[in-house]
Design a protein around this ligand. Structure first.
Ligand code: ATP
Ligand code: MG
Length: 476
């Protein structure tokens, strides 16, 4: 076959320099994997670049570092036989070509030195196994033994070797296949899809952190439902996020049906992907209805109910994050808050939208009120155009009112206009529950719009409230 050259892909001077370093060491070097794939996909040039050396990756990295101006940072991972150089905005990862063999109970292979072909054989997908040569003698030559280029063209995810073995060896690849399918809008070829379904249980040898990394990437893709549908189809989903599969299905009793909350959720996630790149808000969209499975009930008079599903759902968020070893920090609390409040704007907008209801919404959602609105707008999946228009319009009114109310009342980071300290002094009180009662009454009066959120009005209100409670004003 005629040799195929793509020098234009490796115009960046770093590639020539790596080639020279390899020539000096008498080894061969290639750029491989994501960089080559993304070049052909015209996805822009990635900043993480994988270099494979036929020999020692660490030696090559050292040589490259010595040739670079400004002494770049080099990290060596002896156990893995890899080295990383950070150079300007690039992350160069060096590894020696290797041959791998696997144990049943671990996704960490035993490795030995190998040829370029051995190394390409161990790669996960044909589109990730393409290499471009960097030595001077064949600079820019494409080495593509599995015809990854054709698979890019056909938009197919396919493994270089037998899929059953590939996925069983390293089950993380199941998640990677699905993630790439979602990111690139590619199809996973049928034998691969079947092999994933057959090996699904092996996902349990993959660390939660790695699974979550892939989930994040699926969620951050332009149409996340593609990934979740594949997880559903291969039955990986119930092993990873059983809370979601529990939402699937429509039940009918006495002629009353509820919607399928699993498929609804996927629509919501796709909707929100169009309006925000906030990963945690996308997580909130994914989890906003999980409380509906355990709270579902049928009442003869009112039909299907999911009473307190937001509250139950918020609690489930904590357990889910914990199980997946996700951070139990303010990100988790944000997701919980979104789930907990996810029905509030809808209830509010079903009625005439009052100022006091909007003030309460802003008070409870605080700085996240816009995120909450974004979530609720994405939650509109009705196919009835009339209803859709009505909901959208109502949310527009809510958003306008949020701005108006905020300009006037500054509720967002609410600070009590009269402090507990001042209440104590005014009525000569020791710390006691009366103070809480008065503070609360002031807050309620402000939210209800009875008084403005200002010191003087609040002070007067406090005096009146104290009088009603038979408190005496302290005179010095
Ligand atoms: P991205 O950086 O966009 O996630 P990538 O393809 O560069 O995509 P990396 O995780 O950076 O993915 O891995 C670099 C390369 O290493 C891949 O292109 C692939 O050739 C190989 N690779 C990564 N993980 C695996 C794996 N689990 N099994 C086999 N090969 C893998
Ligand atoms: Mg990469």
């Amino acid at each position: 076959m005629a040799k195929d050259f793509h020098k234009e892909a490796i115009q960046h001077p770093i590639f020539k320099l790596i080639g020279e370093a390899a020539d000096e060491l008498g080894t061969d070097a290639y750029v491989i994997g994501g960089f080559v794939r993304d070049y052909f996909l015209k996805r822009g040039t990635p900043k993480d670049i994988d270099i494979v050396a036929i020999g020692s990756g660490i030696e090559l990295a050292k040589k490259v570092a010595s040739k670079l101006k400004g002494k770049p940072e080099i990290s060596i991972f002896k156990n893995f036989g890899t080295a990383m150089i950070k150079h300007k905005d690039l992350e160069l990862e060096f590894v020696g070509a290797r041959k791998e063999s696997y144990n049943r109970d671990s996704r960490k292979p035993m490795v030995e030195d190998g040829t370029l072909e051995d190394d390409q054989n161990r790669r996960d997908f044909t589109i990730n196994a393409m290499a471009l040569a960097l030595n001077q003698s064949n600079f820019g030559e494409l080495l593509d033994p599995f015809d990854g280029l054709a698979d890019l063209d056909r938009q197919i995810i396919r493994t270089p070797l037998e899929p059953g073995i590939t996925y069983s060896d390293d089950p993380l690849r199941m998640m990677r296949a699905i993630r790439f399918a979602a990111q690139l809008h590619f199809t996973i070829e049928l034998p691969s899809l079947q092999a994933i379904a057959e090996n699904k249980d092996r996902i349990n040898i993959v660390s939660k952190e790695r699974i979550v990394d892939e989930l994040h990437k699926i969620l951050m893709s332009s149409q996340p439902s593609l990934g979740f549908k594949l997880m559903h189809q291969t039955e990986l989903l119930p092993l990873i996020l059983p809370e979601l599969t529990a939402l699937e299905g429509i039940e009918e009793k006495e002629g009353q049906r509820h919607k399928d909350n699993f498929w609804h959720t996927l629509e919501v996630v796709d909707n929100i992907a169009e309006t925000t790149d906030n990963l945690w808000l996308r997580w909130a969209a994914l989890l906003h209805d999980i409380g509906k499975a355990p709270t579902k009930k049928f009442h003869k008079k009112i039909g299907w109910t999911f009473h307190a599903h937001e509250f139950v759902g918020a609690k489930m968020v904590y357990k889910l994050f914990k199980r997946l070893r996700m951070p139990l920090n303010e990100k988790m609390k944000f997701v919980q808050k979104m789930v907990l409040m996810s029905s509030r704007p809808i209830i509010l907008s079903e009625d005439h939208v009052t100022d006091s209801a909007v003030r309460r919404l802003v008070f409870d959602a605080g700085e996240y009120v816009e995120d909450l609105m974004t979530l609720c707008e994405a939650d509109i999946t009705t196919k009835n155009p009339k209803k859709q228009k009505k909901y959208k319009n109502n949310f527009k009114i809510v958003r306008q009112k949020i701005v108006e109310v905020e300009e006037r009342d500054h509720i967002r980071n609410f600070q009590p206009p009269v402090s507990g300290e001042e209440i104590m002094q005014t009525f000569n009180l020791k710390p006691s529950k009366e103070i809480g009662i008065i503070k609360d009454a002031i807050k309620e009066a402000i939210l209800e719009g009875e008084i403005p959120n200002e010191y003087e009005a609040a002070y007067d209100f406090m005096l009146k409230k104290g009088k009603k409670m038979n408190l005496k004003v302290h005179s010095e």
